[in-house]
Design a protein around this ligand. Structure first.
Ligand code: PEP
Ligand code: MG
Length: 619
């Protein structure tokens, strides 16, 4: 790929105003460093757009069921708030004192409050839907509070009444959102160069962000390897997730500094903080310029091993970043994002067009297209509204009907996607990849469907090559890793998904801030599974790559090379750094190093060895 101008560095997209708001003291929050780079900008708080209320009336026979719906939304809202409340303990006491009463007030309103009593009465007496009842009751309560504003009242008293009215509306909005299952975000009105601050951000919401207009993102919820994090990294937006208390501390006019490299967010920075942030931005630009020079150099170790470095792709918007990165091909095209933020599932023609445009853009470099990996935290509303997946989520979606499991149950969905991919394969080299495989029979069944789809397309007159594109699998469950030798007889290639492999091996939710410290891809259990699967593939002389976030960490490159891996796929911005790591080592030293690492059983010891690689004479 060539000829596409690199987009301007992220940090140049400065906000119109970067002056600290007067009178508000600087406040510092610590979260999880998600996506490198520093941003300064006015805060855009997604104080949730009101969800649309489509159903306003119910039948008399449904009063009880409607009350039960409201009760379920109350429980859900309480759970959300309790989680935010619990995380406040990460904050300094003075910040806790400020934010905790607000969340407590919300929680209290979800008890036997006037809002809830009134909403229930409206459901029973006026046959309003739960969402319409909550909304109407909140309007009435807020109006009653504001009617107490009197002439001659002090500004503080007026502000206090306004605040109480706002609180009623805020809790009503949360209930309505939970009742209508509306997405939490509205990016309408997001000013250029703003820092987006929110309680949480779903992967589907992240897919709507325009990185050319946004300076940075900071949220209270979210883990380091969740799909929202993956998206933000892919978009190259400086981001911090899991910063407890942040969304409830912002006020209109606030300015924020987001440091996606060290995981801090500063509200209303002092002049000194701003100056330091600007210095960090300059250093980041220099670093990017330095890496840009690596683009045309080969990814070759000191002893001449050529390493394949590819990019992961979630959205077509990333193509220029990939071109700029020096990646040779796409090692993981996550197709889920094509299905998000739309009312209906994309049909075969729509999908074929997208896949073809991406294959063409890669000008002969290979593209590995992963079929739909629905499940876990990746919600896709269109699948629900078309009745393909149940309206009510599984109790434990990460262990439910995820990935290939759903596709085999819904052959139509699977066949449509396979047909679209096979059609796009006439535009360049393509591979097809199955997510969340755990058993051999899944691969066999998928291959039968794949071949059937190809036959059908040929009958339809489509030009489908006699030899179909390779059909490979993700190794992202411990089950698949331990059955790798058997799976290697069925699959054409492996791509090791270390994100889920780590999550499932260590039983840690990858998107959960609370357990983020337990998520450790260097845990020996994870490394042993990576080693086992890699060796199974190498014995069969079958292609094997890593496409989880481990591949993007240059500190881990020597270890992965030492385990025998020669192909990596990662977010585009990581490619130059990993290339530099590849060029700095020999396979020989990596092999010796990996042997030393694999002898260790303590994650901390392994982390230390990895950190010190290159400085220790034994390497
Ligand atoms: C993985 O699990 O490592 C992976 C690459 O897949 P995803 O992040 O899309 O779940
Ligand atoms: Mg995965």
């Amino acid at each position: 790929m060539s000829g596409i101008d690199p987009p301007p560095p992220q940090h140049r997209r400065l906000a119109r105003s970067t002056r600290p708001a007067p009178r508000r003291p600087e406040k510092r929050f610590t979260g999880i460093a998600i996506s490198r780079g520093v941003a300064i900008g006015p805060v855009f708080g997604t104080t949730e757009a009101p969800a649309e209320i489509l159903k306003t009336k119910i039948q008399a026979a449904d009063i009880e069921a409607e009350g039960a719906r409201l009760d379920a939304a109350i429980v859900q809202s309480r759970r959300q708030l309790a989680k935010l409340r619990a995380r406040l303990s990460f904050l300094p006491p003075e910040s806790q004192e400020e934010i905790a009463p607000l969340i407590d007030a919300y929680i209290q309103m979800l008890g036997p409050s006037r809002l809830i009593r009134g909403a229930k009465r409206r459901i029973a007496e006026t046959l309003l839907s739960a969402e319409a009842a909550v909304s109407a009751e909140a309007d009435e309560i807020a109006a009653a509070i504001l009617s107490r504003v009197e002439r001659g009242m002090s500004a503080d008293d007026r502000a206090s009444l306004q605040r109480r009215a706002d609180e009623v509306h805020e809790i009503a909005r949360r209930l309505v959102r939970n009742l209508t299952r509306a997405p939490f975000r509205s990016f309408a009105g997001l000013p250029d160069g703003a820092v987006l601050v929110s309680e949480s951000l779903r992967p589907a919401d992240a897919a709507l962000l325009d990185p050319s207009r946004l300076a940075g993102v900071a949220t209270e919820e979210g883990g380091a390897e969740g799909h929202t994090a993956v998206m933000l990294r892919a978009l190259g937006v400086p981001a911090v997730l899991g910063a407890a208390g942040l969304a409830h501390a912002i006020q209109p006019g606030d300015v924020a500094v987001v440091d996606g490299s060290d995981g801090t967010v500063v509200l209303n920075p002092t002049a000194a903080t701003l100056a330091a942030a600007r210095r960090a931005m300059t250093a980041f630009t220099r670093e990017r310029q330095k890496y840009a020079r690596l683009r045309r150099l080969p990814a070759e170790t000191e002893d001449g091993a050529v390493i394949e470095l590819q990019a992961n792709l979630e959205l077509p918007i990333e193509l220029p970043l990939i071109a700029q990165s020096g990646a040779h091909g796409i090692g993981l095209f996550r197709t889920e994002f094509l299905f998000m933020n739309r009312e209906t599932v994309p049909d075969e023609d729509t999908q074929a067009e997208v896949y073809r445009s991406i294959v063409e853009a890669m000008s002969g470099d290979p593209v590995t297209i992963r079929v739909l990996d629905w499940g876990g935290e990746k919600e896709i509303d269109a699948l629900q509204s078309e009745g393909i997946v149940p309206e009510v989520a599984d109790a434990n979606p990460a262990l439910g009907l995820r990935g290939i499991r759903l596709l085999l149950r819904k052959p139509e969905l699977f066949e449509t996607q396979l047909a679209a991919i096979l059609r796009a394969a006439s535009a360049g080299p393509v591979r097809v990849m199955l997510p969340m495989v755990t058993t051999v029979s899944e691969v066999r069944e998928a291959r039968e469907i794949y071949e059937r789809v190809a036959r059908r397309l040929r009958r339809r007159g489509e030009r489908i090559a006699e030899k179909l594109p390779p059909l490979g699998i993700m190794i992202e469950t411990p089950g698949a890793a331990l059955a790798a030798d058997a799976l290697a007889l069925e699959a054409d290639f492996f791509a090791i998904g270390t994100n889920d492999l780590t999550a499932y091996t260590l039983a840690v939710d990858r998107g959960e801030a609370e357990v983020a410290d337990l998520y450790d891809p260097l845990h020996p259990a994870v490394l042993r599974l990576v080693q086992f699967a890699t060796e199974a593939a190498l014995r069969m002389r079958m292609p094997v790559s890593v496409c989880g976030e481990m591949a993007a960490n240059p500190k881990l490159t020597p270890l992965l090379l030492g385990l025998g891996l020669r192909s990596f796929s990662m977010n585009a911005s990581a490619v130059p750094r990993v290339k530099q790591a590849v060029r700095a080592v020999s396979i020989d030293e990596c092999t010796r190093f990996a042997r030393r690492v694999m002898e260790r059983a303590d994650p901390a010891g392994i982390a230390e060895l990895v950190q010190d690689f290159g400085t220790d004479p034994e390497d």
